[in-house]
Design a binder for this molecule. Structure first.
Ligand code: BEZ
Ligand code: FE
Length: 326
């Protein structure tokens, strides 16, 4: 019989191992692994920076405020994860993209589940101050075959840089819609030209940005989320070229492959086909999805590469690494 764990007289040097011992009794191996690494990194952090009680209390009060300001329509924890680069990192790990497929980017806190389902050509923004924008897209697999019937969420701010949920007096969803790709993998809609805007910065995350002398702006962009059975979900966005914040996005979301130059509707035939004026702004993009299997294979391969440099033996549960202990 193993001796019961005694948790007395712990020191700077042995507390970590003892916390691991008491936490190792849970049944879920993946949770045990994540918690073990979290405790290790947290304890190492405290030892390394010689964390003071006052500093830890400041951090606790900061996180308390992050929770207190959060609501059904405001997600300050996502914001915190975004400005620390963690959201982009997790997306990159969990949704690896093979060459030729569309890269992902940050989801942000403003996707909702209340957007109306629209037909091809639907107008997603009713902000009359916005500059009209025609958006023409295709959706294909990496072999170039059209993907029909995918669900596509699109969302953007109004012309002042606010999402619908940021208006306390709103009547319903605006600046967003749920679309479907047609039999040829095409989808199109009408919107307004995106504008740069600051992420919500009147709360604890904004205060932190200020202390760090960082600006809160995101470059002009439009969000897209693709879902189709058999394909890895894609959360991405298109960014406008030459935006003043293109290279300094507050949440690290810009990738070159997602930066687009706006064009203009040139010919009368195209204008007639889409019922827009000649000369109006046009954004077009060819999106490429990865199958579930291809994404899982690449995720597994990257995980195997990552653990190769770690100490100890590992096994995989649902393609995720856990320590190989009896
Ligand atoms: C957004 O693009 O909607 C967004 C992303 C991260 C933080 C805040 C907003
Ligand atoms: Fe956004």
């Amino acid at each position: 019989m193993t001796a019961p764990i005694s948790l007395k007289d712990l020191t700077i040097d042995n507390i970590t191992d003892n916390v691991h011992a008491i936490n190792s009794q849970g049944d879920n191996p993946r949770l045990r692994y994540i918690l073990e690494r979290t405790v290790t990194h947290l304890h190492d952090l405290a030892r390394e920076v010689r964390l003071t009680t006052d500093e830890w209390m400041t951090a606790i009060l900061f996180l308390t405020k992050v929770g207190q300001i959060s609501s059904d329509t405001r997600q300050e924890f996502i914001l915190l994860s975004d400005i620390l680069g963690l959201s982009l990192l997790v997306d990159s790990i969990d949704h690896p993209k093979p060459k030729g497929s569309t890269e992902g980017t940050v989801l942000g806190p403003f996707h909702t589940h209340e957007a109306e389902h629209g037909d091809q050509g639907t107008l997603i923004s009713h902000d009359s101050d916005g500059e009209p924008l025609l958006v023409l897209c295709t959706l294909k697999d990496v072999q170039g075959n059209p993907i029909a019937g995918a669900q596509i969420d699109v969302w953007e701010t109004d012309s002042k840089g606010f999402y619908d949920v940021q208006h306390a007096d709103r009547n319903g969803p605006d600046g967003r819609a749920v679309l479907k790709s047609d039999d040829n993998g095409n989808f199109w809609f009408k919107a307004i030209v995106p504008v740069p805007y600051p992420i919500p910065h009147d709360g604890p995350v904004g205060k932190l940005l200020k202390i760090l002398n960082r600006h809160p702006y995101r470059p002009s962009h439009m969000h897209f989320m693709f879902k189709k059975a058999g394909y890895d979900p894609l959360v991405t966005a298109l960014y406008l070229k030459d935006d003043p914040y293109e290279a300094t996005d507050a949440v690290f979301g810009v990738k070159d492959s997602l930066v687009v130059s706006l064009q203009k509707v040139q010919d009368a035939e195209q204008a007639k086909a889409y019922n827009v004026n000649v000369g109006s702004a046009l954004m077009s993009y060819d999106f490429v999805l990865v199958t579930d299997e291809a994404a899982a294979r690449l995720r597994r391969q990257k995980a195997e590469e990552a653990i190769a440099s770690l100490e100890g033996k590992f096994r995989f549960i649902d393609d995720l690494p856990v320590p190989d202990v009896d």
